[in-house]
Design a protein around this ligand. Structure first.
Ligand code: ADP
Ligand code: MG
Ligand code: ZN
Length: 591
């Protein structure tokens, strides 16, 4: 039976927990059930749908957090049918509105939209219906721009409100209010006036973006602090999470992708996310040359080409779309079997949304990130000027360089959820084939890197991470090397992992400079440089493989490791100083 297992986050928590929002003894409960079956032809509510509807019909301001595909739209569509008047639905994309309206009209539900692309006479009919007591209109979809820019519309809405016809305001993709969300829309800010303007009309915010930070921001902007928050679990049990070391040459990377597409994903559809527009076109063309049906998609294409790419992919004409994050909101294909990240996402939030486009039909699907240190700087130069841009990116790096934790539990912590490792059931690389975790002390490495940096700054030279690594390995310009130093006895890959680790833990920092054509990231000593002389810096490294005969035990182990670090192809001889991993938690906390 449906039950609220997730957490109810609310400042009014006492009242919330004393009320069973999921109950079936509300005055409208029977009607709700029968309309579900008769009009929508759906046999059962999904988790949180009934609770949300009960809250809305009780005139509670509510925010519903539910992963994409969970069925949020129904939570306003259905209650509108058993209310007097109509529900106003604020929706960020015309394409999303069109899809819903088409489906609603098929079920004989009177729904309208107001947008620049709607025919004039339809606009007029919708405006009339707002204040017409006899009009059958149940749902009116508008863009946020319509609310913020059209006085005529807002006037009309005021009139409808005074007639008691405005039954609820639903705000879809409500995270667009917050600048911290992944698709901030300035016009959503204007929605902050609604609560005061339309007192007594419940607001319903819906989103698949679930961080507490964004949630609190949204409540503040909409002026519904402490409103009821219904949150369903964000775990997607059918998704398999994996991070692979990305080969340093594009050719080797493409070999690997080609192999995946032609063997494992033969006859299956998916997405490859890239960082830049140029990457989408290049990768798509290179895959085509290898006989793969690929198409690219980004924001700089004209809309006709874009929908051609999108539709071709929907129809199965293309096996894979190579896209920037412009391929986002409103992408709704149930049988996406893989989402590959050619380089890391801007944040864990972005990663969750992007990878979450896989497996919406509930069947197994793969989410694979190809990670390499240089990609970090490709992204960092684009996000450093944004609020929390670097912090968010480093969260993603932390996920990528982790060597032992259940990927699911790492994702969960970003949503302030706790997912038991048992829930993973081997559906991530670390749970599937666990390794022992050792620790190494990076103190000496870090001090040596500082020596290189000091040496360079004496010569008035700034070092990119690449130059830093070169100097470390006694390569590149002699002037940048530390005289009489030996190259370290570790692999390039391990060295890159160490630099990433030191960066995200503030022992190193990035320093950004604009040139005429680009932005450059240089490496400097970080704010924690002062600590290095007298404390160990412990980083997790991969030890020996844990035998599969003890898989239950090993799964448990791998979730106990809360540390990070990296080194998929590391041999034990790389380990400078091996310790028991008991205190790995302390290291994590040291961030
Ligand atoms: P979201 O907005 O949360 O991403 P949608 O509202 O677009 O999700 O719904 C996703 C799909 O789930 C739609 O095709 C919808 O018809 C379907 N759906 C919604 N609720 C139910 C339900 N209770 N049972 C079966 N299908 C449902
Ligand atoms: Mg939706
Ligand atoms: Zn796992």
């Amino acid at each position: 039976k449906e039950s609220i297992k997730g957490r109810l986050l609310s400042l009014k928590s006492e009242r919330v927990s004393s009320k069973d929002w999921n109950g079936t003894d509300f005055p409208w409960s029977k009607k709700l059930e029968s309309t579900l079956k008769e009009v929508f032809n759906i046999s059962e509510f999904r988790p949180f749908q009934r609770a949300t509807m009960n809250a809305v019909l009780s005139k509670e301001d509510t925010i519903l957090l539910m992963p994409t595909g969970g069925g949020k739209s129904l939570c306003y569509q259905l209650p509108s049918l058993i209310s007097d008047g109509f529900f106003l639905v604020v929706c960020p994309l015309v394409a999303l509105m069109e899809d819903q309206i088409m489906a609603l009209r098929k079920s004989n539900i009177s729904a309208f939209m107001l947008s620049q692309s709607t025919p004039k006479d339809e606009n007029k009919r919708a405006m009339m219906a707002m204040t017409d007591k006899k009009a059958p209109m149940k749902l009116l979809y508008v863009t946020p721009e319509r609310m913020s820019k059209s006085k005529t519309f807002m006037n009309k809405l005021q009139a409808a409100y005074e007639m008691g016809r405005l039954a609820c305001i639903a705000i879809d993709e409500v995270h667009c209010c917050s600048q911290w969300g992944h698709d901030f829309r300035p016009d959503y800010k204007y929605l902050g006036v609604l609560k005061n303007m339309f007192r007594g009309v419940p607001l319903l915010g819906l989103t698949a973006t679930a961080t507490t930070k964004i949630l609190l921001d949204v409540q503040k902007i909409l002026q519904i602090q402490g409103c009821l928050v219904l949150k369903s679990s964000f775990n997607r049990p059918n998704l398999y999470y994996e991070v692979r070391p990305k080969p340093s040459s594009q050719k080797e990377y493409l070999d690997e992708v080609e192999d995946l597409l032609k063997c494992k994903y033969r006859g299956k559809t998916g997405i490859i996310y890239t960082t830049t527009i140029k990457d989408t076109e290049e990768t798509s063309n290179q895959l085509r040359q290898r006989g793969i049906k690929a198409v690219f998609y980004h924001a700089n294409m004209d809309s006709e080409l874009r929908s051609k790419a999108h539709n071709g992919w929907l129809d199965g004409k293309y096996q894979v779309v190579v896209a920037t994050i412009a391929f986002g909101l409103g992408i709704d294909k149930p049988n996406v079997r893989f989402v590959l990240h050619q380089s890391l996402s801007k944040s864990m939030e972005n990663f969750y949304q992007e990878s979450g486009r896989a497996g919406r039909d509930g069947l197994p699907a793969d989410c694979i990130v190809f990670y390499r240190l240089p990609d970090l700087f490709k992204v960092s130069i684009t996000v450093f000027s944004q609020h929390l841009g670097l912090e968010n990116l480093y969260g993603m790096v932390d996920y990528c360089i982790d060597i032992g934790s259940c990927r699911r539990s790492l994702i969960a912590s970003h949503f302030d959820e706790v997912w038991e490792s048992a829930e993973c059931k081997g559906m991530c690389d670390h749970c599937k084939s666990p390794f022992q975790v050792n620790q190494i002390n990076l103190q000496k490495h870090c001090l040596f890197l500082y020596q290189i940096l000091d040496h360079a700054s004496e010569k008035d030279t700034k070092l990119t991470s690449q130059k830093l690594l070169e100097a470390w390995f006694n390569k590149g310009p002699t002037a940048l090397r530390v005289p009489n130093a030996k190259a370290p006895s570790i692999s390039q890959e391990k060295a890159e992992a160490i630099v990433a680790f030191l960066l995200i833990n503030s022992f190193l920092r990035e320093d950004f400079h604009y040139t005429a054509y680009s932005t450059l990231s240089y490496i400097k000593k970080g704010p924690r440089a002062v600590e290095v002389h007298d404390s160990e810096i412990l980083m997790d490294v991969r030890g020996t493989k844990i035998k599969s005969s003890t898989s239950t035990e090993s799964q448990q182990r791998s979730t106990e490791n809360e540390g990070n670090g990296k080194g998929p192809s590391q041999k034990n001889s790389d380990v400078m100083e091996s310790k028991s991993k008991d205190n790995s938690i302390a290291k994590k906390n040291s961030r």
